[in-house]
Design a protein around this ligand. Structure first.
Ligand code: SF4
Ligand code: SF4
Length: 297
């Protein structure tokens, strides 16, 4: 069983408890305006051009039969003409032109993910599936999680919970920790900023919490989107209504990773948005406490 991934990140300390290896799967059905991993939106491999690595040798332009490349201070890619033949990537010696995304067998992914298992054991860590939305490649994700569990390794999944409940239910025996976002409480506003309403997400959160599996709900707090006390209170009302082993975290928006939009020739709807001030985040983080919500289990 093959899946399409962007990368396997080893020694991660932000994707669940302990030291973890995180598998980033390609493909997502949300389009969050503040996304730090836009390279995972498309389910297919994508051509990426990183101007900072380019020495302007022109080799890529010379081999591009589709005439999709030209030079104007840097290489300009006309993606409407690109046939994805890959010749430019083959001739680019600096790696400025590259593919984002590769296919990998589930068995091979498990092998790579478990390279650091000694660290998992010492730190209480494990393996996390992230993305993109990992459940969109359900068969591949299932095989990877089964492989990790068979080796006694803790499994976590970061999911946007947009999939129908039967898909999520299928993963219940395979996931020891769920990490799921609820970004905006108002569904119309959620649709405006992510492309989809939140009704199914909220319903899935209730069902998932009721299973008793540990669930960390997270909200990225983004200036101009959900950075007011009213917006956070509305979110807290939803999270406080979940019955189960639930923790709730507010995370501050930052623009790290926004350069990827340029590299992939994608529009960035929040370009130029400043990071959330730490004091503002600290103030907002006090609100969940009033609703009896804890950051950790
Ligand atoms: S081949 Fe690579 S280094 Fe040379 S111009 Fe093209 S992108 Fe830049
Ligand atoms: S992938 Fe092929 S068609 Fe696309 S820019 Fe590179 S050489 Fe041109």
């Amino acid at each position: 069983m093959k899946g399409t991934i962007t990368t396997i990140q080893r020694m991660s300390i932000h994707d669940g408890p302990g030291i973890r290896s995180t598998l980033f799967l390609k493909g997502c059905d949300l389009r969050c305006a503040w996304c730090h991993n836009p390279e995972t939106w498309s389910a297919r491999p994508q051509l990426q051009y990183v101007a900072g690595k380019c020495i302007g040798c022109g080799s890529c332009i010379a081999v591009c039969e589709a005439r999709a490349l030209r030079f104007a201070e840097k290489v300009m890619v006309d993606r409407s003409h690109c046939t994805q033949c890959g010749r430019c990537v083959e001739v680019c010696v600096t790696g400025a032109m590259s593919w984002v995304g590769r296919q990998i067998e589930a068995e091979e992914a498990v092998r790579e993910l478990l390279l650091d298992r000694t660290f998992f054991e010492e730190s209480g860590g494990g393996v996390t599936l992230s993305g993109g939305e990992p459940l969109l490649q359900a068969d591949f994700a299932e095989e990877v999680l089964r492989g990790c569990l068979a080796e006694g390794v803790h499994t976590a999944v970061e999911s946007n919970l947009t999939e129908p409940w039967p898909t999520i239910e299928r993963f219940l025996p395979l996931v020891r920790l769920w990490m799921c976002d609820l970004k905006v409480a108002d569904s119309a506003k959620h649709r405006r900023w992510t492309g989809l309403g939140n009704e199914r997400i909220v319903e899935n959160l209730h069902r998932l919490a009721a299973t008793g599996t540990p669930l960390i709900v997270r909200t990225p707090v983004v200036p101009g989107v959900n950075d007011t006390p009213e917006a956070v209170e509305a979110l807290c009302r939803v999270i406080a209504g979940l019955n189960g082993k639930v923790a709730y975290e507010l995370l501050g928006f930052h623009s790290l990773g926004f350069g990827k939009f340029d590299d992939l020739g994608m529009d960035n709807p929040l370009a130029g948005t400043p990071p959330l001030a730490p004091e503002k985040l600290a103030d907002l983080q006090r609100i969940p406490e009033r609703f009896g919500l804890k950051r950790k289990f």
